[in-house]
Design a protein around this ligand. Structure first.
Ligand code: DQA
Length: 144
């Protein structure tokens, strides 16, 4: 099984950015965490991070016919991007949404998730562990 993990804007700043909310570990540490989970589960994984909405749309489109599952933390684009929602719907690859923080306990504008409307599940507020839960969900339901 091949999984694409997408992280949106400012997640490359993990460890520096608002550590009280997002934790003290870096983006590289997150990638290592994801790779370890996938190695344990025998999953092939590609991790992609971009600060650009169009680049994320391009990456989702390129996953068509190639990837079996998508784990996505669209970061701030969660709350604004119909383009990312439409891209996820276009490829219809099983997708799971992840947020490090518990977006529903934060500002009102973070309560809406467009991308989440195309995702089977959302894990929010579990830090790095949310990515593990998302990968495990995809393996359990779509693993081969
Ligand atoms: C986030 C939550 C978003 O509201 C925020 O814009 C982010 C990160 C999270 O992982 O908790 O950049 O997606």
């Amino acid at each position: 099984m091949k999984i694409l993990v997408i992280n949106g804007p400012n997640l490359n700043m993990l460890g520096i950015r608002e550590p009280g909310i997002y934790g003290e570990q870096s983006y590289d540490a997150l990638v290592k965490f994801i790779q370890d989970v996938c190695a344990e589960r025998g999953v092939e994984v590609e991790c992609f991070q971009s600060n650009h909405e169009g680049a994320i749309v391009d990456k989702i489109q390129a996953a068509y016919g190639v990837m079996d599952g998508i784990v996505i933390n669209p970061a701030a684009y969660t709350h604004t991007s119909v383009a990312i929602l439409d891209a996820l719907k276009a490829v219809s690859i099983p997708a799971v949404e992840v947020h490090l923080s518990d977006v529903n306990q934060r500002e009102e504008f973070r309560h809406i998730s467009y991308a989440g409307m195309a995702c089977e599940k959302t894990y929010a507020g579990h830090g790095f562990v949310g990515y593990r839960l998302a990968i495990e969900y995809l393996v359990e339901h779509y693993g081969k």
